[in-house]
Design a protein around this ligand. Structure first.
Ligand SMILES: [Zn+2]
Length: 114
């Protein structure tokens, strides 16, 4: 998986993401719109990523982060992320290989595991 990079070459981290929006498609692949600010040059960029690419990226981020998905979302200003977007994120993540951090997050939501 290629990491998200600014045009200046700086690798974008979890905390550089400013806004995430889901663009669901009833047919075909969903698209995830990600806006981020480069910590090096300050440029704000936007990418439209296929769902599969975003999933891999988020899982890679969370693997290298002490925080759970929930903790990250609570401490980050992601703009107007909606309940539906959170559900969509969760639904998509659950289809893959569940990480320890994600299981913790699921448990904290008080919902039964599949
Ligand atoms: Zn940059």
């Amino acid at each position: 998986m290629k990491p998200l990079r600014c045009r200046c070459g700086q690798v974008i981290g979890l905390d550089d993401l400013m806004h995430i929006a889901y663009h669901p498609h009833t047919m075909g692949a969903n698209r995830i719109q990600v806006r981020f600010e480069c910590p090096k040059c300050g440029r704000v960029s936007e990418r439209l990523l296929p769902q599969a690419v975003w999933d891999e990226m988020l899982l890679a981020y969370l693997e290298n982060d002490e925080r759970t998905l929930n903790e990250w979302m609570e401490t980050t200003q992601l703009g107007p992320i909606t309940d539906e977007e959170i559900r969509a994120m969760r639904r998509e993540l659950r289809q893959g290989d569940l990480l320890r951090s994600l299981r913790k997050w699921e448990a904290s939501q008080g919902e039964p595991q599949d």
